[in-house]
Design a protein around this ligand. Sequence first.
Ligand code: SF4
Ligand code: SF4
Length: 303
Amino acid sequence: MATDEQLTAEVKELALAAGADLVGVASIDRFDSAPADVHPRSVFSKMQSVIALGCRMVRGALKTIEEGNFWQAYNCDSYQYLNEVLAPHMLRKIVLFLEDRGYTSVPFHNPFCSGVGRPVREGGTHPDGIISLRMVGCAAGLGELGLCKVFLTPKFGPRQRMFAVLTDAELAPDPLLEEHVCDNCGSCIKGCPAGAIPRERTIEWQIGERTFSHADVDFGKCVHFHQGWDPRYSPFVDAESSRENPPAYFRFLDRRFRHHSICGARGCVRACMDHLEKTGKIEKQYRTPMIEGAQWVMDDLPA
Ligand code: SF4
Ligand code: SF4
């Protein structure tokens, strides 16, 4: 069936006006190899196209964590604002635009709860199925997967969050990205305080003609550092801190921004960005480098 080129162009224009920095379209056939539980049709059975939307994280918010100075901008901008303010607004605009033209469309935010409950019919998938927004980005031609599983684009490297609209409109798909952004440099491995990123790409996804792959990142190791529990990489914990007795600053971040990221993606985003920017692998250059000299690390707490 013919795709609607005019509608596709209008949706993209609207997405950019509504706050997206990147927009691409994947057709249903790009997900032919996806397991049923992570297939976009496990969310909306009549979907024909996925609109992938990338919103950049503010570079300065990562820079101030790199300097060891200021954590609130990152937790506000890159979590609370993008996930809970910009994305719902942007997704709703696109969904309603399509709805007004007779297409049923589903906003897919950045959810953190999946695989719950039980299928409502025999042979069905679990409710609230998860689709990988990184894979959606790949399928829509916006980028590829880095070694450390982060989604990389030629424009921003690892510095965006992805969202999606699933629609029964037959939009014109974008070609898959042919080039590689990731050059397997290993900066993410070196920069990760948790040692959570293996060297080998052992996980593969087939999308259309292209195989995407990444290392099997250990998120169990990551979360301890991501949430700032290791005193060498977190200025906020002391000898009294525990999960039962979290530092007041963690409670503030959780209350104000509903998240606390203290690692600030030191390896998987900041070190990767630094490498891609310094080697000219992303389109834009910036006056202030992301990493200047050795990255900070503190002494362990005194015994
Ligand atoms: S730091 Fe290097 S190896 Fe890791 S994802 Fe980025 S480009 Fe790939
Ligand atoms: S968030 Fe931090 S700890 Fe987790 S993988 Fe990235 S660099 Fe490693």
